[in-house]
Design a protein around this ligand. Sequence first.
Ligand code: SAH
Length: 268
Amino acid sequence: MSLFEPRRGPLTDGERVMLVDAKQRRYLLTLVAGQVFHTHAGILAHDDVIGVAEGSEVATSTGRRFLAVRPTLADVVVKMPRGAQVIYPKDIGAILLAADIGPHVRVLEAGVGSGALSMAMLRSGATVVGYETRADFARIARANVAEWVGEEAPYRVHERDVYEGIDEDEGYFDRLALDLPEPWRVLVHAERALRPGGILFAYLPTINQVSRLRAEMSRSRFELAETSELLRRTWHVEERSVRPDHRMVAHTGFLTTARLTTRISPAR
Ligand code: SAH
């Protein structure tokens, strides 16, 4: 199944589906004719899901009901196999615009981890080259992309340490997306690998790391730097009780972007 083209019409054999129970618990599965899905409340035959319209209610042998829908990219990102922690969907959405990711944009991404950000950038039409030091994570990322974006996705992951350098031709990349602990160690390579005007994006969990990055950027050719964070608060909405949910994810990471100029900074 490809995330490039939306599927429409009834749910089909071989396709991924998300089942949601009355308590809003979500399960991802691949529909296979003749197979069954075991739940703690009975058995659901895949054949009872294949052929129904998306958004239909289906029932197990004991009458437990599920809603069957196709998963969104955000559903997949939080449910898919992961090695490293993935970037949360709330941040991924903002990153796509902050880094101006779009069709045919050439991105160098390091490290790729589980491939969540890769998937979102690929689905936006970008071409992604990934550097990842851990072979096991590189494999997970490739598998997630093949499964959820498609085998044909323009995606290559190299087992490489980006702190040691970037191999591609000078000025080849339009964007650099960094989700690793010491992005300042990449600045010198980024100045070569990015074209002038290109955007560097870094995702960092602590503000100490952000300060270090921003300080080193001020001594580089990167300018127009911006740092932000996103707080997303969900709401509980019922007839007589409409209020914010009690719990929220209070902190994920800081987003920093900057653009490569041709100027030599006066601070250098
Ligand atoms: N953004 C990813 C998660 C990345 S986790 C996602 O959304 O799924 C950070 C990853 O960076 C880890 O997999 C780690 O192995 C990798 N990494 C750390 N230092 C690196 C380096 N110097 N070069 C390449 N990859 C690196």
